[in-house]
Design a protein around this ligand. Structure first.
Ligand SMILES: Cc1ncc(COP(=O)(O)O)c(C=O)c1O
Length: 398
């Protein structure tokens, strides 16, 4: 299903709070703080001319977040960045002076971080980012995982020294539990989703994602005309679409938000014209997108700057993973996790409907940008779906 944006707010300027969160100054902060971390090189922007030809598009570029900061997903940019910013503010407050960003990893600041505990819920990737950021700063992290989070994802989080709390139920239940326990114990909730009265921290998480846009625009020969962005709570899509709108203004690309049919909370919210919770049915293979209620801040951005909202089916995710793993001649193989290729899956689904593709201008003049938001963050599952290990795919072995 594809829903064109016809909300009353569509095309209006970003709310001033979001224009600040997703503006140039915030992106400068992100770039500066990023350099303090290991493996902070920009992720590869890969041209896929073979795929572009097969899809009859002008160009296809894929930004491969599987290489992000050694963590395997774009989420590495958000949680850890927000945590570093929160420690920075607390240190300035406790020391009563401005702390240069370059001193963020000093003993003095890390001593203050040691007294701070950050809690969050996760489908897997956000918790990994928060845990890594906490380890880097010397803070404590307590990560709430629901029943659907795989053991290998939990192990990866625990590997950064975080405490794991298991929660019965789904992602939304783990968000509620993390908030309740954090409130009792005086911990800071570092959520990637926002709700009424809780916007600042998820805003920082989203701000962290703007690095993807800056890097992509620096590497692309020309700005994209079309972007397809996968959504869980919508924070990623909103950050990318919002920052593109800030930087490119009237020349911004056409933006489509893509969700699994089984967890299409952003699309349902657009239909209802305000953020709503959708009913849980069956789990989706696109595990990182399995969210039933959108982030309030993300919705506020997307209702203004997203042009369309669509769903993809369960088969579309493994199918796009295979297509990226077995590229047409000349294109490099890409390792995309179950949620990583979903933006591209959305574009491919649109192209199966020529009237719709024509309506949104997705044709031979289009320059498509998609973001592989995760590599094989669950390697065993990846190997099961593709029939080869991530390394074998990367190295071109059969
Ligand atoms: C790999 C991957 N892609 C996309 C998303 C969606 O991000 P958001 O929940 O901000 O919409 C997530 C969220 O965890 C993710 O891990």
């Amino acid at each position: 299903m594809y829903l064109h944006n016809s909300l009353p707010t569509y095309g209006t300027p970003l709310d001033p709070r979001d224009a600040e969160t997703l503006g140039r100054a915030g992106a400068d902060d992100v770039a500066r703080i990023l350099t303090l971390r290991d493996n902070s090189d920009p992720t590869p922007l890969v041209a896929l001319p073979g795929l572009a030809k097969a899809l009859n598009l002008g160009a296809v570029h894929l930004k491969d977040e599987g290489y992000r900061l050694g963590l395997g997903s774009f989420k590495a940019l958000g949680g850890a960045y927000a945590l570093m910013r929160l420690v920075h503010s607390e240190a300035a407050h406790q020391l009563g002076r401005t702390i240069p960003v370059d001193d963020l990893l000093s003993d003095e600041v890390r001593m203050i971080a040691r007294g701070m505990t950050f809690a969050c819920a996760t489908d897997g990737n956000h918790g990994r980012s928060v845990a890594q950021g906490a380890q880097l700063m010397g803070a404590k992290a307590v990560i709430f995982v629901h029943a659907g989070v795989s053991q290998s994802r939990i192990d990866a989080i625990a590997g950064f020294g975080a405490e794991i709390m298991r929660v019965a139920g789904n992602y939304d239940d783990s968000v509620a539990e993390a908030s309740a326990v954090a409130a009792q114990r005086g911990w800071t909730v570092l959520s990637d989703t926002s709700w009424p009265g809780y916007e600042k921290i998820p805003g920082l998480v989203m701000q962290g994602y703007t690095a993807i846009v800056r890097e992509a625009l620096a590497d692309l020969p020309q700005p994209p005309t079309h972007v397809f962005l996968q959504a869980g709570v919508g924070g990623f899509a909103a950050a990318i679409a919002g920052h593109l709108a800030v930087l490119l203004d009237k020349d911004r690309p056409h933006v489509t938000v893509v969700e699994p049919t089984r967890a299409a909370c952003v699309l349902a919210s657009v239909q209802q014209q305000h953020p709503v919770k959708v009913e849980e049915t069956e789990p989706t293979v696109m595990a990182m997108l399995e969210c039933y209620e959108p982030s309030k801040v993300a919705f506020r951005v997307l209702e203004r700057v997203a042009d369309g909202f669509m769903t993809v089916d369960e088969d579309d995710a493994p199918s796009v993973m295979r297509r990226l793993a077995h590229p047409v001649a000349g294109d490099p193989a890409i390792v995309a996790g179950e949620s990583g290729g979903v933006g591209l899956a959305g574009a491919i689904a649109v192209l199966k409907d020529p009237d719709l593709a024509a309506k949104i201008g997705l044709g031979s003049d289009a320059r498509l940008l998609v973001i592989n938001t995760e590599g094989a963050t669950d390697p065993a599952l990846y190997t099961e779906i593709i029939g080869r290990t991530p390394d074998a795919v990367r190295n071109g072995h059969k």
